[in-house]
Design a protein around this ligand. Structure first.
Ligand code: PMP
Length: 288
């Protein structure tokens, strides 16, 4: 079934949802985006996603062409118009039509695109058995080059690491920063458990400030579990008791092997399973 796409200020048929080849979103990856889940017809953590989108845009001096309130309404309308009950929303702002030069300030109006569709999840089996991953050799973007907190349309740093993962027949790879500390996975945040304490790298290590990460930290604290933000090394990953990733698409997924080192007893651990269960309950039960 053809989708209804939000383009700029209204819903249009999928066939009409077109962007010109002179849009700097295409020519230079100049733009920002969000990926958002819908659970039971409710849009998950929508305000947090909108806030992050505005912050990313601010760093790039890109104007979001709509107020936060109107943008929330537009996301809701797009979701409803497509009858999405459990799905995924992709929200993008591109710089707009410019010349073949870099200058963003002579571009026309920025463009707003909202797509609400189904989502391709990892198979259930992967959640039960846990995932094998590798360390990427591709270093995470230096924060003085492009702050990793900016969720921009240029994902080439992550894509290079993803290619390394796929070349090694695994779905994900860990990215380290320029100092050798763990930053994040190509599309997910990193958590480990050691001696009953949950550790995650601070955002300054070069991670996107994941919305799933924030929810999982909150849920862990509600369970009176200790969560510490700390720089992690490859050694920490190899020797931890449990390892899991968090992200909008992956939710909470256990890692059972990295670079040939088995984690714990080779199965997703008890903290991972507890937090996955709590996350599921929270996501499916929470209002808008
Ligand atoms: N890091 C990167 C690089 C990401 O692209 C994402 C989102 N897919 C995440 C972390 C997780 O963030 P969130 O929980 O907000 O989806």
């Amino acid at each position: 079934m053809a989708l209804k796409i939000w383009l700029d200020d209204k819903l249009v048929d999928e066939a009409e949802a077109k962007i010109t080849v002179f849009d700097h979103g295409l020519l230079y990856g100049d733009g920002v985006f969000e990926g958002i889940r819908v659970y039971n017809s409710k849009i998950f953590e929508l305000e947090a996603h909108i806030k992050r989108l505005y912050e990313s845009a601010k760093v790039l001096r890109l104007e979001v062409p709509m107020s936060k309130g109107k943008l929330i309404k537009a996301v809701e309308k797009t979701t409803e118009a497509n009858g999405v009950i459990d799905g995924y929303i992709r929200l993008l702002v591109t710089r707009g039509v410019g010349t073949l030069g870099l200058n963003p300030f002579i571009c026309g109006d920025s463009r707003l695109i909202i797509i609400a569709d189904n989502i391709q999840l990892y198979p259930e089996e992967l959640y039960e058995k846990g995932m094998e991953i590798i360390s990427a050799t591709t270093v995470r973007n230096h924060p003085l080059a492009i702050p990793p907190q900016v969720k921009s349309l240029n994902y080439l740093n992550n894509i290079l690491a993803k290619i390394e993962a796929l070349d090694n027949d695994v779905p994900e790879a860990i990215m380290y920063n320029h100092e050798g500390y763990v930053a994040e996975a190509t599309g997910d945040n990193v958590f480990i458990v050691k001696n009953g304490v949950i550790y995650t790298p601070p955002v300054e290590a070069g991670a996107l400030e994941g919305i799933t990460r924030a929810v999982v930290i909150r849920l862990a604290k509600e369970e009176k579990l200790e969560v510490v933000e700390k720089n992690l090394t490859r050694f920490d990953l190899y020797t931890c008791d449990e390892f899991f990733l968090t992200g909008t698409a992956a939710e909470v997924i256990g890692i059972v092997e990295i670079d040939g080192r088995v984690i714990g007893d080779g199965k997703p651990g008890s903290y991972t399973l507890l937090l996955r269960k709590k996350f599921f309950k929270y996501a499916h039960g929470k209002g808008k």
